[in-house]
Design a protein around this ligand. Structure first.
Ligand code: NAP
Length: 256
């Protein structure tokens, strides 16, 4: 699909790459010759897919576990990346999840803090920590995962999660202007309803089926539907004049 040497010699970080959308994004970058820090949330799984084991043995994939909700989790991750790379060509901020569905009148301070820390604060902290390496590249790209819910507000119980995704979208637009002089482009990918563990946890089969029927393309999305957009936005040769934008990947679920 992409040229196998598109990212030859390039260093890329993908957060939240242990499964779902992030894992597929990491796989495509590795397929295109990149060296990839593959961040996983809590621990490295015992049953890693073959492509990761192979890339690890070739010293092109570097797995780093870091819980962004633990004190020092982001700082430890940033230090580990800095030990591995002295220049960074692409940062994919993808780690995040809904955490739970919290009715507005029952939301606790702890639930609020958790959703914001994971989906919003960690993106700011990882980006800040890795900016010196990104500036060194001269033509780096940041691509962050937001959500269709940043525009629609999402469904019941996801208000804070949806708002954090809107934050990351606006933050990225502001950074696009601020970092353009450093040669860094900043864009977002906004998935619609993508069939990953995410919905196993937060949506019932009935809710998912009702959503599917309302999607013009009549199916839920997959990580494979989403991942190419990240590579497109990370490659200066393909998207060098695109910055401050959000690509919506939702089968037509939202057309505006
Ligand atoms: N699926 C959808 O329909 C959908 C729609 C819109 C946006 N999104 C966004 O897309 C991104 C990927 O989601 P996905 O669907 O692929 O979901 P997923 O399968 O649940 O993956 C979430 C990723 O975030 C990581 N993560 C969770 N808690 C973490 C923590 N405390 N510290 C560090 N990392 C943590 C997970 O790491 P481990 O599993 O290794 O712990 C995992 O790699 C997320 O930002 C999500 O909000 C998804």
């Amino acid at each position: 699909m992409f040229h196998p040497k598109l990212f030859d010699g390039k260093n890329i970080v993908v957060t939240g790459a242990g499964r779902g959308i992030g894992l597929e994004v990491a796989r495509l970058f590795l397929d295109c010759g990149a060296h990839v820090v593959v961040h996983v949330g809590r621990r490295i799984a015992d049953d890693l897919p073959d492509f990761l084991l192979e890339a690890q043995s070739e010293r092109r994939a570097f797995l780093i576990a870091a819980d962004f909700l633990q004190r020092g989790g982001v700082e430890g991750f940033v230090s580990a990346v800095r030990e591995r790379f002295d220049v960074l060509h692409g940062l994919v901020n993808n780690a995040g999840t809904m955490v739970g569905r919290f009715p507005a009148d029952e939301l606790t301070d702890a639930e609020y803090e958790t959703v914001v820390r994971l989906n919003q604060t960690s993106v700011v902290e990882v980006t800040r920590g890795l900016l010196p390496l990104l500036k060194t590249a001269g033509d780096a790209a940041i691509v962050s995962t937001v959500s269709i819910s940043a525009l629609t507000g999402g469904s019941a119980g996801s208000a804070i999660y949806s708002a954090t995704k809107a934050f990351v979208s606006t933050y990225s637009k502001a950074l696009a202007r601020e970092l353009a002089p450093a040669g860094i482009r900043v864009n977002c990918v906004s998935p619609g309803t993508i069939a990953t563990d995410f919905h196993e946890r937060y949506s019932s089969p009935e809710k998912l089926e009702a959503t599917r029927k309302a999607i013009p393309l009549q199916r839920l999305g997959t990580p494979e539907d989403c991942a190419p957009a990240y590579l497109f936005l990370a490659a200066a040769s393909l998207s060098g004049y695109i910055t401050g934008q959000v690509i919506e990947i939702n089968g037509g679920q939202l057309i505006c």
